[in-house]
Design a protein around this ligand. Sequence first.
Ligand code: SIN
Length: 284
Amino acid sequence: MIEVQPSGAALGADIIGADLSKPLSSEDFGAIHRAWMTHLVLRFRGQNLTDEHLMAFSRNFGALDGNPRHAQVEGRSPAAASGFVNIISNVVENGKSIGGLGNYEAKWHSDMSYNPIPPMASALYALEIPPEGGDTSFANMYTAYETLPDDIQTRVRALNCVHDSSLNSVGQLRVGFEDVTDPRKTPGALHPIVRTHPATGRLCLFLGRRRNAYIPGLDLADSEALLDTLWHHATQPEHCWTQQWTLGDLVLWDNRAALHRRDEFDGTARRVMHRTQISGDRPF
Ligand code: SIN
């Protein structure tokens, strides 16, 4: 039987006793799913996984989503070629990046929220990690919403926001896009700022990404001011927990109700992570 050890922070828990290279019993999967709905981010330490294991584990939760649009992978490995395992890495081999995001800071975001139907979850598995840096932080968007003042809760429940598709989380322009100079013209999906979690029924903020975001119906200055207020509030330390990676960690997060960001790290060190995305629903 597996054991759940909460981080003690606003989100995050360790799952002890699960070997994700083997099929999960329905009892263990049920316990993992309940823990996930409660803690939003689950960490499974000491795993030894192939890409097939990673995909099989992820499929317990639903169908896999394809890799992000224009994922920056020049030298396509078998994992990347599957279309479902996204390599996140700064490693360059034979002059070509093996993955995306380099060694840069990745700003707060939810994965692929620029799509009309963003993934429900992502699972990130650590194959190589730098001696320091590259930590990944998560923020709980239930508590972020629930602790907003009543008047702001009421206001944002009636508003939508455009989630920028032109830049990735480290600020690189995606292939085929132009620099956004006016957020009112930002390309990307329009989502409710407050969404209902389809499994728990709870309300949470769904902010996606700050850069180039825009709230249609508001003046640009009002949109910027409200977004700044929401983002400042949502990423306060009391809503957050940080994952310091060890080799073999697999971290699964609820992309509907948690934001994440990553610290930069020394570009001469190697960091290789493989990520799956699990398909979700249209936010409502
Ligand atoms: C991501 O945004 O999925 C990357 C997180 C990380 O590299 O830790």
